[in-house]
Design a protein around this ligand. Structure first.
Ligand code: HEM
Length: 456
């Protein structure tokens, strides 16, 4: 039970046992998902920890998921403070994740269509062509492909052409460096802010600004790289032209490149984890290959949204299970903007919070044998993810991923083409995935996959 309260009758939040000076840094740098889960088991749904000199209160598990979606949660939580640094860096007044309340609703409405699956209706064949082009370019037979890197290029190709009308591959490195510094130093705050003085970051940021200016100049010159298709660039620029208070001029560059910032690491990390998990489990790999072969070989006419998930249940199960076991947002950062009570604990206005919404992903109570990669958990006769609070890879509450429906198609079709086209092998039969924790948890950049041959 959670209520807004100004009483102090509730119990104090327990403090986790930490290292002197470095606090919870070792746990957070090694495996944050495991750390949040272990602390939840030890201390319950609320606990305090320290990171780089800051105190954080963690609200975790199913109660935290319910709280985020509740009216009280919406009134008491803000993500503004964590995105204010990004807004400052970009001299913008507001970003979508940094907006609250009515301002957030207005901005989300402007951006909703362009970020959703709607924006690619009728363009699935085009998405497949882009994906195939990227496979041909970056996944050559005999190569040991750096998986995360290759997927970053694929995702930029896809997002570029589908969402903004351009594929700015020459900017992938700069976008990645910018995301790395902004998320690490300003949003998740796993690294100190003075690192923003680094010339590598400054150079990358300048290049990303240049990209935004180019997208705007092309639009204003009437160059429609997206052809007839309407893109986010149209939505953003029209809202600005109409004088929407939610889209002032100084925010344009942020909104014009935001799809890359939001989609690059999230999708690339998930795709890389999925390739690993599937190939690591030969029985699953065989089932996936049979399913995608049947799907593409028997397809008549253009691929459409209708029935897509139903025709690829095995692959969809593998992607969902990947997102359960390797979530890219293990906890969400928020500030308490009011005093409130959470599960009998008093939370103070101003407290910095980590919302540990993915803790249930690792709990036996929701997922029997949670360490097992089991793609059938999501089958209609089991539906383990449908239990209250059990599954939150796309976040919870008002800031739930706006690109979710688009990402679902992107993940499914990208994986389908990869497994249809390529015969893949892990670096060694007993290979175990090494992961990185920052800025977005996922497979390490050193993870490579061998392309044994082309299947189709
Ligand atoms: C595997 C793919 C993805 C995952 C797991 C994912 C996950 C998330 C999560 C957890 C959040 C909530 C963050 C918070 O509440 O603090 C979020 C927000 C967001 N995501 Fe995604 N995302 C993915 C792909 C994408 C893509 C492809 C796009 C668009 C190109 C996108 C656009 C956004 C936007 C705009 C927000 C901010 C929403 C708001 O603040 O109202 N995401 N995403």
């Amino acid at each position: 039970m959670s209520t807004i309260t100004d009483t102090v009758d509730a119990k104090p939040v327990p403090q986790v046992k930490e290292w002197p000076l470095i606090g919870s840094l070792p746990g957070m740098m090694t495996d944050p998902a495991r750390y949040f889960y272990d602390c939840y088991r030890k201390y319950g749904p609320a606990y305090k920890m320290h990171l780089l000199g800051q105190e954080y209160t963690v609200l975790a598990g199913e109660p935290a998921v319910s709280f985020m979606s509740s009216r009280v949660g919406k009134d008491c939580l803000s993500s503004h403070d964590f995105w204010a640094g990004l807004e400052r860096e970009w001299t913008a007044t507001r970003s979508l994740p940094g907006a609250d309340g009515e301002e957030h609703r207005e901005l989300r409405e402007i951006l909703r269509r362009g970020y959703s699956r709607e924006s690619i209706t009728g363009r699935y064949e085009e998405l497949i062509d882009i994906t195939d082009g990227s496979i041909e370019r970056d996944w050559k037979v005999g190569d040991k492909v750096p998986v995360v890197n290759a997927f970053q290029y694929m995702v930029t190709d896809q997002l570029g052409i589908m969402i903004t009308g351009e594929a700015p591959l020459e900017y992938v490195h700069d976008i990645r460096v910018t995301i790395l510094y902004i998320l690490n130093c300003l949003v998740t705050r796993q690294r100190p802010q003075f690192l923003l003085m680094n010339p590598a970051y400054k150079k990358a940021k300048k290049r990303v600004f240049e990209l935004a200016a180019k997208i705007r100049a092309d639009y204003e010159a009437g160059k429609r790289a997206g052809g007839e298709a309407r893109t986010i660039v149209d939505d953003v620029m029209e809202a600005f032209a109409e004088g929407s208070p939610a889209m002032p001029e100084q925010n344009l560059r942020l909104h014009l490149v935001a799809p890359y910032v939001a989609g690059l690491d999230t999708v690339a990390n998930t795709l890389a984890a999925c390739v690993y998990a599937v190939v690591k489990h030969p029985d699953v790999y065989e089932q996936v290959k049979a399913e995608v072969d049947n799907f593409f070989d028997t397809q008549e006419g253009p691929i459409e949204e209708q029935g897509l998930l139903k025709r690829l249940p095995i692959l969809n199960g593998a992607i969902m299970e990947t997102m359960r076991m390797y979530p890219i947002a293990v906890a969400l950062t928020r500030t308490a903007i009011k005093d409130f009570e959470f599960e009998g604990y008093h939370i103070n206005k101003g407290d910095l919070l980590y919302m540990g919404i993915c803790v249930p992903h690792f709990m036996e109570e929701f997922y029997p044998n949670p360490e097992k990669f089991d793609i059938h958990r999501f089958d209609p006769d089991r539906n383990e993810h449908k239990q209250s609070g059990a599954y939150s890879p796309y976040g919870r509450g008002p800031h739930t991923c706006l690109g979710k429906t688009l990402a679902e198609v992107q993940l499914l079709l990208s994986m389908a083409r990869i497994f249809y086209k390529l015969d893949l092998e892990l670096p060694s039969p007993n290979y175990t995935l090494k992961t990185k924790t920052a800025p977005t948890p996922g497979p390490s950049m050193g993870f490579k996959m061998k392309v044994k041959g082309y299947r189709h």
